[in-house]
Design a protein around this ligand. Structure first.
Ligand code: QAP
Ligand code: CO
Length: 174
């Protein structure tokens, strides 16, 4: 089932999320709904709070070498904890389903370790770099009530304000 995605400046997006205490069939059903929502919205990552659910959960499904978004590559992160590996940074042009139509460069750690639980309550550890590391850090920020637009340059923030005002006008005329 596809859920509605909250968009900036909905105050729910700025909430700090709570840890998941039980991983049961209801939670697995919710993870399926998150996947349907992400795919229907042409996303590669989605956090629970983006659909109004205050839980430390996100999902990521990047494209493979053939540029196909294969469900086999879906990763579901429950109660993730991220640790940077080293000091190296990377810059990537990010977007967010909660900030539709706006893309801007963000600097993040190049390499990270993430510990999390999967949908069957198995504890997992993953080391990531490149785009997967970007996606994990972007989604993990949602769990602490942060959006990528808080991490962009001063000039990019001005560009965002303009984009946001224009998108409000477009909504009004729709
Ligand atoms: C987070 O973002 C992310 O504005 C996931 O019009 C960001 O799926 C992962 C999207 C950067 C890796 C790198 C945004 C789709 C999707 C839009 C998304 C839009 C249509 C964003
Ligand atoms: Co996002």
């Amino acid at each position: 089932m596809k859920l509605d995605i909250l968009t900036y400046p909905n105050p729910i997006l700025f909430q700090k999320c709570n840890e998941v205490s039980v991983i049961d069939d209801d939670l697995r059903k919710f993870l399926d709904d998150m996947y349907d929502t992400m795919i229907a919205s042409n996303g590669i990552g989605l956090a629970a709070i983006q659909v109004g659910v205050n839980k430390r959960i996100f999902i990521i499904n990047l494209l493979n070498e053939e540029s196909i978004q294969d469900k086999k590559d879906l990763i579901e992160f429950i109660n993730p904890v991220i640790t940077p590996i080293g000091d190296a940074k990377q810059v990537y042009e990010e977007g967010c389903l909660s900030v539709p139509g706006f893309f801007e460069e963000v600097t993040r750690y190049d390499s990270i370790k993430v510990e999390y639980y999967d949908r069957f309550n198995n504890k997992k550890t993953l080391e990531a770099n490149g785009l997967l590391a970007v996606a994990i850090q972007h989604e993990n920020d949602h769990l602490d009530g942060h959006l990528f637009i808080e991490k962009i340059s001063f000039n990019a923030k001005k560009k965002f304000e303009k984009h946001y005002k224009e998108s409000k006008k477009r909504k009004k005329n729709k």
